[in-house]
Write a protein that binds this ligand. Structure first.
Ligand code: MLT
Length: 420
Protein backbone atom coordinates (compact mmCIF):
# COMPACT_ATOMS: atom_id res chain seq x y z
CA UNK A 1 0.00 0.00 0.00
CA UNK A 2 1.35 3.41 -0.93
CA UNK A 3 1.70 5.75 2.02
CA UNK A 4 1.76 9.52 2.06
CA UNK A 5 4.10 11.81 3.92
CA UNK A 6 1.75 12.45 6.85
CA UNK A 7 3.56 15.66 7.76
CA UNK A 8 1.70 17.31 4.85
CA UNK A 9 -1.54 16.79 6.75
CA UNK A 10 -0.30 19.19 9.43
CA UNK A 11 -0.15 22.10 6.96
CA UNK A 12 -2.73 24.80 7.51
CA UNK A 13 -5.18 25.32 4.58
CA UNK A 14 -3.52 26.31 1.30
CA UNK A 15 -0.23 28.07 0.70
CA UNK A 16 -0.93 31.77 1.40
CA UNK A 17 -0.76 33.21 -2.11
CA UNK A 18 -2.90 30.59 -3.90
CA UNK A 19 -5.38 30.96 -1.03
CA UNK A 20 -5.58 34.71 -1.63
CA UNK A 21 -5.91 34.03 -5.36
CA UNK A 22 -8.82 31.70 -4.65
CA UNK A 23 -10.62 34.29 -2.51
CA UNK A 24 -10.04 37.04 -5.08
CA UNK A 25 -11.39 34.86 -7.92
CA UNK A 26 -14.47 34.01 -5.85
CA UNK A 27 -15.02 37.73 -5.15
CA UNK A 28 -14.56 38.56 -8.85
CA UNK A 29 -17.09 35.91 -9.90
CA UNK A 30 -19.65 36.97 -7.31
CA UNK A 31 -19.27 40.66 -8.27
CA UNK A 32 -18.60 40.35 -11.96
CA UNK A 33 -20.37 43.49 -13.11
CA UNK A 34 -18.93 45.74 -10.37
CA UNK A 35 -15.47 44.38 -11.17
CA UNK A 36 -15.99 45.18 -14.84
CA UNK A 37 -16.51 48.84 -13.96
CA UNK A 38 -13.79 48.84 -11.31
CA UNK A 39 -11.28 46.08 -12.11
CA UNK A 40 -9.52 44.34 -9.25
CA UNK A 41 -5.96 45.63 -8.73
CA UNK A 42 -3.54 43.16 -7.18
CA UNK A 43 -0.92 44.46 -4.76
CA UNK A 44 -0.80 41.14 -2.96
CA UNK A 45 1.85 38.71 -4.16
CA UNK A 46 5.20 40.29 -4.90
CA UNK A 47 5.17 39.48 -8.57
CA UNK A 48 6.88 41.85 -11.00
CA UNK A 49 4.87 43.44 -13.80
CA UNK A 50 7.35 45.41 -15.91
CA UNK A 51 9.08 43.98 -19.01
CA UNK A 52 12.45 42.24 -18.82
CA UNK A 53 15.26 44.80 -19.31
CA UNK A 54 16.33 45.12 -22.93
CA UNK A 55 19.93 44.04 -22.31
CA UNK A 56 18.61 40.78 -20.90
CA UNK A 57 16.23 40.20 -23.80
CA UNK A 58 18.99 40.83 -26.34
CA UNK A 59 21.25 38.32 -24.58
CA UNK A 60 18.46 35.76 -24.51
CA UNK A 61 17.66 36.23 -28.20
CA UNK A 62 21.30 35.68 -29.00
CA UNK A 63 21.33 32.58 -26.81
CA UNK A 64 18.33 31.21 -28.70
CA UNK A 65 20.30 31.69 -31.91
CA UNK A 66 23.28 29.89 -30.33
CA UNK A 67 20.98 26.95 -29.76
CA UNK A 68 20.12 26.90 -33.47
CA UNK A 69 23.67 26.25 -34.51
CA UNK A 70 25.49 22.94 -34.00
CA UNK A 71 28.74 24.73 -33.07
CA UNK A 72 27.21 26.87 -30.33
CA UNK A 73 24.41 24.49 -29.27
CA UNK A 74 24.24 23.58 -25.55
CA UNK A 75 22.86 20.35 -24.14
CA UNK A 76 23.03 19.61 -20.42
CA UNK A 77 24.92 22.36 -18.66
CA UNK A 78 26.79 22.07 -15.38
CA UNK A 79 24.27 21.41 -12.58
CA UNK A 80 25.91 24.22 -10.58
CA UNK A 81 25.53 26.79 -13.38
CA UNK A 82 27.88 27.96 -16.13
CA UNK A 83 31.24 29.25 -14.94
CA UNK A 84 30.78 32.59 -16.74
CA UNK A 85 27.57 33.32 -14.77
CA UNK A 86 29.03 32.19 -11.44
CA UNK A 87 32.06 34.40 -12.08
CA UNK A 88 29.88 37.42 -12.98
CA UNK A 89 27.84 36.89 -9.80
CA UNK A 90 30.92 36.75 -7.59
CA UNK A 91 32.57 39.74 -9.22
CA UNK A 92 29.51 42.01 -9.08
CA UNK A 93 27.60 40.90 -6.00
CA UNK A 94 30.42 39.84 -3.68
CA UNK A 95 33.96 40.96 -4.55
CA UNK A 96 32.70 44.47 -5.27
CA UNK A 97 31.47 44.62 -1.65
CA UNK A 98 34.57 43.07 -0.16
CA UNK A 99 33.02 39.62 0.41
CA UNK A 100 35.27 36.61 0.24
CA UNK A 101 33.19 34.28 -1.95
CA UNK A 102 34.56 32.11 -4.77
CA UNK A 103 32.73 31.32 -8.01
CA UNK A 104 32.57 27.61 -7.19
CA UNK A 105 30.69 28.42 -3.98
CA UNK A 106 27.78 29.75 -6.06
CA UNK A 107 25.05 27.33 -7.19
CA UNK A 108 22.78 28.70 -9.92
CA UNK A 109 19.18 27.51 -9.65
CA UNK A 110 15.63 28.19 -10.76
CA UNK A 111 14.50 29.96 -7.61
CA UNK A 112 15.19 30.91 -4.02
CA UNK A 113 11.87 29.52 -2.87
CA UNK A 114 12.88 26.09 -4.22
CA UNK A 115 16.42 26.33 -2.87
CA UNK A 116 15.38 27.36 0.62
CA UNK A 117 12.97 24.41 0.76
CA UNK A 118 15.34 21.97 -0.93
CA UNK A 119 18.17 22.86 1.42
CA UNK A 120 16.39 20.86 4.11
CA UNK A 121 17.28 17.72 2.10
CA UNK A 122 20.84 17.90 3.42
CA UNK A 123 19.96 18.67 7.05
CA UNK A 124 18.74 16.17 9.63
CA UNK A 125 14.94 16.00 9.75
CA UNK A 126 12.59 15.26 12.60
CA UNK A 127 13.01 18.42 14.67
CA UNK A 128 15.06 19.16 17.76
CA UNK A 129 13.12 16.87 20.09
CA UNK A 130 14.02 13.80 18.06
CA UNK A 131 17.70 14.56 17.64
CA UNK A 132 17.31 16.66 14.48
CA UNK A 133 17.49 20.43 14.22
CA UNK A 134 15.68 23.03 16.29
CA UNK A 135 14.59 25.65 13.79
CA UNK A 136 14.06 29.36 14.48
CA UNK A 137 12.00 31.62 12.25
CA UNK A 138 10.89 35.21 12.56
CA UNK A 139 7.21 35.88 13.11
CA UNK A 140 5.83 37.18 10.75
CA UNK A 141 7.81 35.25 8.15
CA UNK A 142 7.88 34.25 4.50
CA UNK A 143 5.63 31.17 4.77
CA UNK A 144 7.90 28.93 2.70
CA UNK A 145 10.41 28.59 5.56
CA UNK A 146 7.72 27.31 7.89
CA UNK A 147 5.79 25.11 5.48
CA UNK A 148 8.89 23.34 4.17
CA UNK A 149 9.94 22.53 7.73
CA UNK A 150 6.49 21.13 8.42
CA UNK A 151 6.76 19.00 5.28
CA UNK A 152 9.98 17.31 6.37
CA UNK A 153 8.72 16.62 9.89
CA UNK A 154 10.65 19.28 11.77
CA UNK A 155 7.51 20.39 13.63
CA UNK A 156 4.46 19.11 15.42
CA UNK A 157 0.95 20.28 14.61
CA UNK A 158 -0.31 23.86 14.46
CA UNK A 159 -2.37 25.66 17.09
CA UNK A 160 -5.31 27.98 16.27
CA UNK A 161 -2.96 30.91 15.68
CA UNK A 162 -1.09 28.82 13.09
CA UNK A 163 2.03 28.29 15.22
CA UNK A 164 3.66 24.88 14.82
CA UNK A 165 4.89 22.99 17.84
CA UNK A 166 8.66 22.62 17.93
CA UNK A 167 9.49 25.76 15.91
CA UNK A 168 11.09 28.66 17.75
CA UNK A 169 9.30 31.86 16.76
CA UNK A 170 11.14 35.17 17.04
CA UNK A 171 8.50 37.92 17.11
CA UNK A 172 9.34 40.97 15.00
CA UNK A 173 7.02 43.85 15.73
CA UNK A 174 7.00 47.64 15.78
CA UNK A 175 8.19 47.40 19.40
CA UNK A 176 11.53 45.83 18.43
CA UNK A 177 11.78 47.79 15.20
CA UNK A 178 11.15 44.55 13.29
CA UNK A 179 14.62 43.31 14.20
CA UNK A 180 14.62 39.64 15.21
CA UNK A 181 15.71 39.09 18.82
CA UNK A 182 18.27 36.37 19.52
CA UNK A 183 16.61 33.17 20.77
CA UNK A 184 16.63 32.63 24.51
CA UNK A 185 17.98 29.11 24.21
CA UNK A 186 20.01 27.21 21.70
CA UNK A 187 18.70 26.67 18.18
CA UNK A 188 20.43 24.89 15.31
CA UNK A 189 19.10 26.57 12.18
CA UNK A 190 17.93 30.17 11.82
CA UNK A 191 16.14 31.72 8.86
CA UNK A 192 16.82 35.42 8.35
CA UNK A 193 15.49 37.55 5.50
CA UNK A 194 16.76 41.05 4.85
CA UNK A 195 15.37 43.23 3.36
CA UNK A 196 12.53 41.47 5.01
CA UNK A 197 9.53 39.90 3.46
CA UNK A 198 6.93 40.84 4.68
CA UNK A 199 7.90 43.78 6.96
CA UNK A 200 10.28 45.63 4.63
CA UNK A 201 12.77 46.09 7.51
CA UNK A 202 16.51 45.78 6.86
CA UNK A 203 19.07 44.43 9.29
CA UNK A 204 22.12 46.58 9.92
CA UNK A 205 25.70 45.27 10.00
CA UNK A 206 25.56 45.39 13.80
CA UNK A 207 22.33 43.33 13.83
CA UNK A 208 23.83 40.73 11.52
CA UNK A 209 27.09 40.63 13.46
CA UNK A 210 25.12 39.57 16.56
CA UNK A 211 23.59 36.70 14.62
CA UNK A 212 26.93 35.57 13.23
CA UNK A 213 28.33 35.64 16.74
CA UNK A 214 25.32 33.67 18.04
CA UNK A 215 25.71 31.09 15.26
CA UNK A 216 29.41 30.66 16.03
CA UNK A 217 28.80 30.30 19.75
CA UNK A 218 25.99 27.78 19.27
CA UNK A 219 27.22 25.81 16.25
CA UNK A 220 24.15 27.05 14.41
CA UNK A 221 23.54 27.55 10.71
CA UNK A 222 22.03 30.76 9.29
CA UNK A 223 19.92 30.46 6.15
CA UNK A 224 20.00 34.04 4.88
CA UNK A 225 17.51 35.15 2.25
CA UNK A 226 18.72 38.26 0.40
CA UNK A 227 16.25 38.10 -2.49
CA UNK A 228 15.44 41.81 -2.07
CA UNK A 229 19.00 43.15 -1.59
CA UNK A 230 18.81 45.31 -4.73
CA UNK A 231 16.03 47.41 -3.21
CA UNK A 232 18.28 48.76 -0.45
CA UNK A 233 18.73 52.47 -1.01
CA UNK A 234 20.77 53.37 2.08
CA UNK A 235 24.51 52.98 1.52
CA UNK A 236 25.72 51.60 4.82
CA UNK A 237 23.19 48.76 5.02
CA UNK A 238 24.62 45.33 4.20
CA UNK A 239 23.53 43.69 0.92
CA UNK A 240 24.95 40.32 1.88
CA UNK A 241 25.56 38.52 5.15
CA UNK A 242 29.12 37.90 3.92
CA UNK A 243 29.84 41.58 4.57
CA UNK A 244 30.05 40.45 8.19
CA UNK A 245 33.32 38.95 9.34
CA UNK A 246 33.04 35.25 10.04
CA UNK A 247 29.73 34.83 8.21
CA UNK A 248 31.28 32.53 5.62
CA UNK A 249 31.74 29.94 8.38
CA UNK A 250 28.08 29.90 9.46
CA UNK A 251 25.80 31.18 6.70
CA UNK A 252 24.28 30.10 3.42
CA UNK A 253 22.80 32.91 1.30
CA UNK A 254 19.88 32.75 -1.14
CA UNK A 255 19.65 35.29 -3.95
CA UNK A 256 17.35 35.66 -6.91
CA UNK A 257 17.04 37.51 -10.21
CA UNK A 258 13.24 37.49 -9.76
CA UNK A 259 12.60 40.80 -8.10
CA UNK A 260 15.50 42.95 -9.31
CA UNK A 261 15.75 41.80 -12.93
CA UNK A 262 12.12 40.76 -13.39
CA UNK A 263 12.72 36.99 -13.59
CA UNK A 264 9.67 35.71 -11.67
CA UNK A 265 8.44 34.09 -14.87
CA UNK A 266 11.86 33.44 -16.36
CA UNK A 267 13.35 31.69 -13.31
CA UNK A 268 16.92 32.16 -12.24
CA UNK A 269 18.43 32.44 -8.77
CA UNK A 270 21.46 31.23 -6.87
CA UNK A 271 22.53 29.95 -3.51
CA UNK A 272 25.94 30.58 -2.00
CA UNK A 273 27.31 27.73 0.09
CA UNK A 274 30.82 28.64 1.29
CA UNK A 275 33.16 25.67 1.62
CA UNK A 276 33.81 26.68 5.21
CA UNK A 277 30.22 26.13 6.43
CA UNK A 278 29.91 22.86 8.27
CA UNK A 279 27.32 20.93 10.28
CA UNK A 280 27.58 17.77 12.35
CA UNK A 281 26.99 14.22 11.15
CA UNK A 282 25.38 11.66 13.48
CA UNK A 283 28.83 10.58 14.69
CA UNK A 284 29.65 14.17 15.68
CA UNK A 285 32.12 14.93 12.91
CA UNK A 286 32.03 18.16 10.91
CA UNK A 287 30.83 17.83 7.33
CA UNK A 288 31.02 20.67 4.85
CA UNK A 289 27.62 21.59 3.46
CA UNK A 290 29.09 22.62 0.11
CA UNK A 291 29.92 19.01 -0.66
CA UNK A 292 26.46 17.80 0.34
CA UNK A 293 24.62 20.54 -1.54
CA UNK A 294 26.72 19.85 -4.62
CA UNK A 295 25.84 16.16 -4.32
CA UNK A 296 22.16 16.97 -3.87
CA UNK A 297 22.03 19.34 -6.84
CA UNK A 298 24.01 17.03 -9.13
CA UNK A 299 21.54 14.25 -8.40
CA UNK A 300 18.21 16.06 -8.33
CA UNK A 301 18.72 19.09 -10.57
CA UNK A 302 19.83 19.52 -14.15
CA UNK A 303 20.62 23.19 -14.08
CA UNK A 304 18.95 26.31 -15.45
CA UNK A 305 18.63 26.61 -19.21
CA UNK A 306 21.53 28.10 -21.17
CA UNK A 307 19.22 30.80 -22.55
CA UNK A 308 18.08 31.94 -19.11
CA UNK A 309 21.62 31.92 -17.71
CA UNK A 310 22.79 34.10 -20.61
CA UNK A 311 19.95 36.49 -19.70
CA UNK A 312 21.05 36.49 -16.06
CA UNK A 313 24.64 37.15 -17.10
CA UNK A 314 23.47 40.22 -19.03
CA UNK A 315 22.02 41.59 -15.78
CA UNK A 316 25.66 42.34 -14.90
CA UNK A 317 26.55 44.14 -18.14
CA UNK A 318 26.79 47.93 -17.94
CA UNK A 319 23.47 48.38 -19.80
CA UNK A 320 21.89 45.59 -17.75
CA UNK A 321 22.90 47.24 -14.48
CA UNK A 322 21.55 50.61 -15.65
CA UNK A 323 18.25 49.13 -16.79
CA UNK A 324 17.84 47.17 -13.57
CA UNK A 325 18.54 50.30 -11.54
CA UNK A 326 15.74 52.02 -13.49
CA UNK A 327 13.39 49.13 -12.84
CA UNK A 328 14.09 49.22 -9.14
CA UNK A 329 13.68 52.99 -9.03
CA UNK A 330 10.34 52.53 -10.76
CA UNK A 331 9.02 50.07 -8.16
CA UNK A 332 10.43 52.14 -5.31
CA UNK A 333 8.57 55.19 -6.64
CA UNK A 334 5.42 53.03 -6.45
CA UNK A 335 6.33 52.25 -2.85
CA UNK A 336 6.60 55.99 -2.16
CA UNK A 337 3.10 56.54 -3.55
CA UNK A 338 1.73 53.82 -1.27
CA UNK A 339 3.60 55.18 1.75
CA UNK A 340 2.41 58.75 1.10
CA UNK A 341 -1.17 57.58 0.69
CA UNK A 342 -1.33 55.56 3.87
CA UNK A 343 0.56 58.21 5.86
CA UNK A 344 -1.95 60.76 4.57
CA UNK A 345 -4.72 58.58 5.95
CA UNK A 346 -3.01 58.57 9.34
CA UNK A 347 -2.08 54.90 9.16
CA UNK A 348 1.10 53.58 10.72
CA UNK A 349 3.32 52.15 7.98
CA UNK A 350 6.75 50.52 7.88
CA UNK A 351 9.10 49.33 5.14
CA UNK A 352 8.83 50.66 1.61
CA UNK A 353 12.16 52.54 1.77
CA UNK A 354 14.72 49.74 1.33
CA UNK A 355 12.24 47.09 0.27
CA UNK A 356 9.31 46.82 -2.14
CA UNK A 357 6.84 45.96 0.64
CA UNK A 358 4.86 48.32 2.84
CA UNK A 359 3.76 46.84 6.15
CA UNK A 360 0.75 48.61 7.64
CA UNK A 361 -0.92 48.54 10.98
CA UNK A 362 -4.55 47.78 10.12
CA UNK A 363 -6.85 50.70 10.98
CA UNK A 364 -9.90 50.78 13.25
CA UNK A 365 -8.99 47.63 15.14
CA UNK A 366 -9.72 45.47 12.10
CA UNK A 367 -7.92 42.16 12.00
CA UNK A 368 -5.75 41.33 8.98
CA UNK A 369 -8.37 39.37 7.03
CA UNK A 370 -11.03 41.93 8.00
CA UNK A 371 -8.93 44.67 6.39
CA UNK A 372 -8.30 42.41 3.38
CA UNK A 373 -12.07 42.00 2.93
CA UNK A 374 -12.67 45.73 3.36
CA UNK A 375 -10.06 46.73 0.75
CA UNK A 376 -11.25 44.07 -1.66
CA UNK A 377 -14.94 44.80 -1.10
CA UNK A 378 -14.77 48.61 -1.15
CA UNK A 379 -11.77 49.34 -3.36
CA UNK A 380 -11.29 46.14 -5.36
CA UNK A 381 -7.68 46.27 -4.18
CA UNK A 382 -5.83 43.15 -3.05
CA UNK A 383 -3.10 43.13 -0.41
CA UNK A 384 -1.79 40.37 1.85
CA UNK A 385 -3.15 39.87 5.37
CA UNK A 386 -0.35 40.02 7.91
CA UNK A 387 -1.69 37.02 9.80
CA UNK A 388 -0.95 34.91 6.70
CA UNK A 389 2.74 35.42 7.55
CA UNK A 390 2.39 34.27 11.14
CA UNK A 391 0.60 34.90 14.41
CA UNK A 392 2.56 38.11 15.15
CA UNK A 393 1.45 39.45 11.75
CA UNK A 394 -2.13 39.71 13.01
CA UNK A 395 -3.24 43.33 12.88
CA UNK A 396 -0.85 44.10 10.03
CA UNK A 397 -1.26 44.12 6.27
CA UNK A 398 1.28 44.01 3.41
CA UNK A 399 1.04 46.08 0.24
CA UNK A 400 3.41 45.23 -2.60
CA UNK A 401 4.93 47.92 -4.81
CA UNK A 402 5.07 45.57 -7.78
CA UNK A 403 2.57 46.85 -10.32
CA UNK A 404 2.26 49.42 -13.08
CA UNK A 405 2.29 53.11 -12.09
CA UNK A 406 -1.22 53.47 -13.42
CA UNK A 407 -2.53 50.63 -11.26
CA UNK A 408 -0.74 51.81 -8.12
CA UNK A 409 -2.09 55.35 -8.56
CA UNK A 410 -5.58 54.08 -9.29
CA UNK A 411 -5.48 51.69 -6.31
CA UNK A 412 -4.24 54.37 -3.93
CA UNK A 413 -6.85 56.84 -5.25
CA UNK A 414 -9.55 54.32 -4.40
CA UNK A 415 -8.06 53.62 -0.95
CA UNK A 416 -7.90 57.35 -0.23
CA UNK A 417 -11.53 57.85 -1.25
CA UNK A 418 -12.72 54.89 0.77
CA UNK A 419 -10.75 55.31 4.00
CA UNK A 420 -10.63 59.09 4.40
C1 MLT B 1 5.70 37.30 -1.88
O1 MLT B 1 4.76 37.95 -2.33
O2 MLT B 1 5.91 37.18 -0.67
C2 MLT B 1 6.63 36.67 -2.85
O3 MLT B 1 6.28 36.99 -4.14
C3 MLT B 1 6.62 35.26 -2.78
C4 MLT B 1 7.80 34.67 -3.46
O4 MLT B 1 8.72 35.35 -3.87
O5 MLT B 1 7.79 33.46 -3.55
Amino acid sequence: MARINDHYLKLKAGYLFPEIGRRVSAFGEANASACKDKPIIKLGIGDVTEPLPEAIRIAMHKAVDDMGNRDSFHGYGPEQGYAWLREAIVENDYRSRGCDIAADEVFVSDGSKCDSGNFLDILAAGGGSSGGNTIAVCDPVYPVYVDTNVMVGNTGGANDAGEYAGLVYLPVTAENNFTPPLPEGKVDVIYLCSPNNPTGAVMTKADLAKWVEYAKANDALILYDAAYHAFITENDLPRSIYEIEGARDVAVEFRSFSKNAGFTGTRCAFTVVPKSVTAKSADGSDVDLHRLWNRRQSTKFNGVSYIVQRGAEAAYSEEGKRQIADLIAFYMANARIVLDTVAGLGMQAFGGVNAPYIWLKTPDGLDSWGFFDKLLGECHVVGTPGSGFGAAGEGYFRISAFNSRENVEEAMGRVKASLK
